[in-house]
Write a protein that binds this ligand. Structure first.
Ligand SMILES: Cc1ncc(COP(=O)(O)O)c(C=O)c1O
Length: 362
């Protein structure tokens, strides 16, 4: 093959897909299974979302609304921000990609922390943008001082995940305000609040970045977690009109799909499902906290819908992962500087119990 692949694409490691759940089920023959590896909503999804998707399905021979006007208007009302400050995409990962594509060129740098959401590093590299990562603090949080001290004239975007995935650590309201006041306003600060609905209910000092007034702040949110519609891909960003307009120029024309837009509209109508999800998470994290302490599993206090457990080393992680897999408990071993850790999502009560009993019997 004589086609030249650009260096910045060749340098990216190929995605290594694992086995699918049906394949694993066949291999291990589990009597019961707990799917706790992707921070999904294991309570399912809203019935209102399903109704809206089934209705939209009747129209799938037509292209979707390219500007998602109904959903943007509904979000605008809910969030108290003008619709021109909102853009929707195929998940918040796509919206992050739009921001990088729209804003970065030449020597611009993307500055963030190591030990964060794995996809962000690739999105920067795919766009040929230099990605600079500062180490996490000893308590596995974003080191905002280190990030500030690394700002240089090439820094174009700073990415903060609040809460951070996979560590579950949070940046407080005061810390975020202080950071915003000290970052030059020609740098876009992206605050990824994928777990906002959970975090907000877990800590009174959890900041809502949508209430902060900075032109250079872009908030990311998703429907994949608390709203339970990860499979249809829907996320959004809220920020200054000019940034949003530039991002919309780089968007796929018909992103997000008609089914995703419908699912989002239905999901926003179902406050009961959202409350149940949040309640299940509060109880699940309480259960993890007491049971992990009882059986001696070390973990980092979390403000998301998951907890990061800490083990001796990568060998122990592999052993625990394989043993849990045999018992039908799917968890996420981590990589890089966190290869001694395993992230475990909060599931339904019976899944959480299956996890704890399996850990106990390792
Ligand atoms: C911090 C963070 N941001 C974004 C996402 C991606 O969400 P989406 O499904 O909307 O692309 C995730 C998913 O795990 C995440 O943990």
């Amino acid at each position: 093959m004589n086609i030249q692949i650009p260096d910045h694409i060749s340098a990216i490691k190929k995605y290594q897909p694992g086995k699918t759940i049906p394949q694993l089920q066949e291999e291990f023959g589990w009597a019961k299974v707990a799917i706790l590896w992707n921070n999904e909503n294991t309570l399912g999804y809203s019935s209102k979302s399903k109704e809206a998707v089934l209705k939209a399905y009747e129209q799938i021979n037509y292209y979707p609304d390219p500007i998602s006007i109904d959903l943007r208007e509904k979000l605008a009302k809910k969030l108290g921000r003008p619709k021109d400050q909102i853009i929707l995409g195929n998940g918040s990962e796509s919206v992050l990609m739009l921001a990088i594509r729209a804003l970065c060129s030449g020597d611009d740098e993307f500055l963030t922390s190591g030990g964060s959401f794995v996809i962000i590093y690739n999105w920067a590299r795919i766009n040929n943008v230099r990605c600079v990562s500062m180490p996490l603090t000893e308590s596995y949080g974003f080191d905002l001082d280190a990030i500030k001290s690394r700002i240089n004239r090439n820094t174009k975007i700073i990415y903060l995940a609040n809460v951070n995935n996979p560590t579950g650590t949070m940046i407080s309201k005061a810390e975020l305000e202080d950071f915003m006041q000290n970052v030059p306003d020609h740098i876009l600060v992206i605050v990824d609040e994928a777990y906002f609905e959970f975090s907000h209910s877990l800590h009174e000092d959890f900041p809502n970045s949508l209430e902060m007034d900075y032109d250079n702040l872009l908030t990311l949110r998703t429907f994949s977690k608390a709203y339970g519609i990860a499979g249809v891909r829907l996320g959004f960003a809220v920020g200054h009109e000019k940034v949003i307009e530039s991002m919309s120029k780089t968007k796929l024309t018909f992103e997000p799909t008609a089914l995703a837009q419908a699912a989002g509209l239905g999901a926003l109508d179902d406050t009961d499902f959202l409350s149940k999800t949040i309640e299940n998470n509060i109880e699940g994290l309480k259960y993890f906290t007491s049971e992990f302490s009882r059986i001696g599993v070390q973990f980092v206090p979390s403000f998301g819908n998951f907890a990061m457990t800490v083990w001796k080393d990568q060998n122990e992680v592999e052993r625990v992962f394989n043993d849990l897999m045999k018992k039908g408990v799917l968890v996420r071993p981590l990589a890089g500087s966190l290869e001694h850790c395993i992230r475990i999502s909060v599931g339904r009560p019976e899944e959480n119990e299956h996890l704890v009993h399996s850990l106990e019997n390792l």
